[in-house]
Design a protein around this ligand. Sequence first.
Ligand SMILES: Cc1cc2nc3c(=O)[nH]c(=O)nc-3n(C[C@H](O)[C@H](O)[C@H](O)COP(=O)(O)O)c2cc1C
Ligand code: SF4
Length: 429
Amino acid sequence: MATLATTVGLPRLLSALSGGEMVDLDRHLDAHGLLPSDRELDANGLLDLVERSGLRGRGGAAFPMATKLGAVRAARGPAIVVANGCESEPISAKDALLLHELPHLVLDGVELAARAVGAAEAIVAFETPNTAARMSLENALSERRAERIDSTRFSLFAAEERFLSGQETALVSQIDGGPPKPTFVPPRPTDRGVGRRPTLIQNVETLANLALVARYGAEWYRELGTDAETGSKLVTLAGAVENPGVYEIEFGTPLGALFAAAGGLSSELAGVLVGGYFGSWLPAAGVGALELSNEALGHHGAALGCGAVVALPARSCPVAETVRVAIYLATETAGQCGPCVHGTAAIARTLHGVAEGKASPTAFADLKRWAEELPGRGACHHPNGLAHFVSTALRTFKPQFADHARHGPCDGCAAEPVLTFPQPSPARP
Ligand SMILES: Cc1cc2nc3c(=O)[nH]c(=O)nc-3n(C[C@H](O)[C@H](O)[C@H](O)COP(=O)(O)O)c2cc1C
Ligand code: SF4
């Protein structure tokens, strides 16, 4: 996995990386020093610091961390912290990198988050196949126990490998012994989550950032990024670049600079997918000037989400890539909200018909209508995400979809898939 800084002041999160190995406690402390003690930085001080830093969640929704801390502190009952390292987005690899190579930075963040909400207990969650994360976390926790670093009682939780596993209410359900299915909110996990206790759920990259904010301060933190989106962001770059991998960038970095840091493009592009499988397809023309922040991408109807970016090579077929992912997402519905179950399946089926040149005359009108009607019709954002992904594909690749509807598969349809995802197994229906 390649990691490169693209800006003065970077890397921050990735500064202690050590050639693919887990960074042990000695090396971690050499790089960052001890955490401020409880007396140096208490719960109120932490909340104030997070507020001033402008730290937002890195799991996809970019929600301000200070607001969530405030909500958990205001809720009744003994709070608990969940570090979300599920990374159920198949093309994202940044949380796996953090958990495997920089577990102490994440655990520092969990310890601080627990301090901020007065929690005595914390759970670090990852997906079951991520055995590298489990081993690093177990090693790191035993190093920390030996040095009596933490006041918090930590445990690990291996979630199912499903697209919805990392959705916060689905994660709460699994930790409580249930299926990986989202639940309707309210109540939000901040009020009633794990064991019906107030629960702070934060992405592991958010928590790793907290570990830096607590050590270096809010002003230092704001030196990078934009006014609205402060600090740095881990981005997983895949597809037609010379060195795909995880990169740490400043919010607002032009996509062209990220491509350059990755050794440049390895071919002409058909388009770019920004924000993962709930993200947006954008045309290749002028894409290098796109700034990687939610605010700037918002002007193009896109968002950075978890930070997964795919440069689709011109030899690949965007129709085939979109259809495969749409079918995958439709099969990943948790199967409990009618409009989601039927709507996502109808979209996937109709798209497949278009790709095969067997579409009904109303296929494009149907797809447009469903993509407009589906958002907001389920307990979670799954239908919204699929609808957005598909409608940006239909807009960006309009001629290619029209061509497939008339003539069926093209040469690019047989190319090796760029957008990949876990295949169903007998144990994973
Ligand atoms: C379908 C779906 C899947 C999600 N998967 C993840 C995930 O794997 N990891 C994650 O941190 N957040 C994921 N989220 C977002 C979480 O629900 C939640 O917002 C996040 O963990 C909060 O942490 P943050 O505020 O630090 O980003 C997902 C959301 C949705 C709708
Ligand atoms: S909207 Fe879909 S994925 Fe989300 S909970 Fe309902 S059925 Fe499951």
